[in-house]
Design a protein around this ligand. Sequence first.
Ligand code: ADP
Ligand code: MG
Length: 441
Amino acid sequence: MAVWEIEEIFSDILDRARSLDPVNTRQWFDKLNVTQLDGGSLIIGCPDDSTVQFMRENCRTSFLRASQQVTGHLVTVDFVIDDKDEMGLSSSQPDNNIGFKQNPDYTFGNFVVGPSNRLAHASCIAISQSPGDTYNPLFLYGSSGLGKTHLLHAVCCETRNKYNGAVIQFLSCEDFVNRFIRAIEQGNLAGFQSQFRTVDTLVIDDIQFLSEREQSQEEFFHTFNALYNSGKQILLSADSPPNEIPALEKRLISRFNWGLVARVDPPSYETRAAIIQKKARLRGLEISEEISEYIAKRIYANVRELEGALTTIYAVSMTSNEPITLELAKFALEGQVDAAVRHISITDIIDVVTTYYDVRLTDLQSKKRSQSITLPRQICMYLARNLTKHSLEEIGGHLGGRDHTTVMHACSKIADIEKTDDKMKNLLLDLTKKITENNPT
Ligand code: ADP
Ligand code: MG
């Protein structure tokens, strides 16, 4: 086959793969190269190792199916690092980090900065420019789905680009704990210690996992000291500030506060709209501002859900073969608008409850435990449980990333009050009426 023929087939395969799996479609697919297409084998060249990892993990099946549909043959598919690097990224850097898979989406360039994450973002940039010098340790915290892991990856990526050969260890705290336990079992504590105490940058995600794990805390304490004393960078993330992590040793709390503790808040409306635009472009989609604003109005607690909404809209557009319009977006997210079947969303409930109590959503999502905040929060959970089909996890996610046991506890507490207290009973009726009035079926 001539080169142009191969390229044409490959371009058809790319189109097909995009429609088979919109979630993992990326704009940079355009920049992938065919390294080989013959004898039932397709080998695709990628610019760097993280792209190869991403493709192997997420796109192998869709590319397999796409290749078979386009060529009409059984084709095997593999992804390799392309030496003819056209994306301008350095291709084969040594990977000093065992087991870490850099997500190519999680770069600073793909991160939208707004008031909710400005400090966290700026400090992450600072430590990747000059590890160990500015904020050490850097401790990021905030609810789930607000971009902490994304920033951690971005630091690794940036540090690696700037300091070729720097030894960076990135791992989840769970992984740290498991490796520690394994090292003890295998009598190889020294190996474990030298692996973590000799790095240039240590990044540990979800450090709250150390909670109540005394031996691991002890080990981490020594790792921390060794790195800190030799001026190595430490970057940690958690779901709450150091002093609110349950059963964490005082000496660790104090060390976590030595550098900079930066909070990540839920994004503002403008930031949400900008994130949707960014995510759409990353997937090679063009959506109007009207649509990104519509999504940003409906979903606000969690960036992961924003992405989910975008995927739903894209999937509806692909299956119905219609362009993405505001109408289509509404249809995709709300069900059948025409039939005026509007479903009550958690957002509708939160709107009514926050207005009634004159509290802010951010208060409900915060860790505040005063009665004036706790009660409306629990009422939201109770009403969401009764008026929507959302799971306990999803309800907790809207209210500051609380877990399902918290939601369950809130529901039974409000139900108990309702049984004995007529005032509460009437209030719940009133609120329900307001919510359903706003959302007639
Ligand atoms: P966390 O670790 O805080 O739970 P993640 O880093 O996993 O959150 O983020 C969840 C998703 O939201 C990821 O896909 C991430 O890219 C995206 N995201 C969060 N905040 C932003 C942002 N400011 N800009 C772009 N994407 C974001
Ligand atoms: Mg995370």
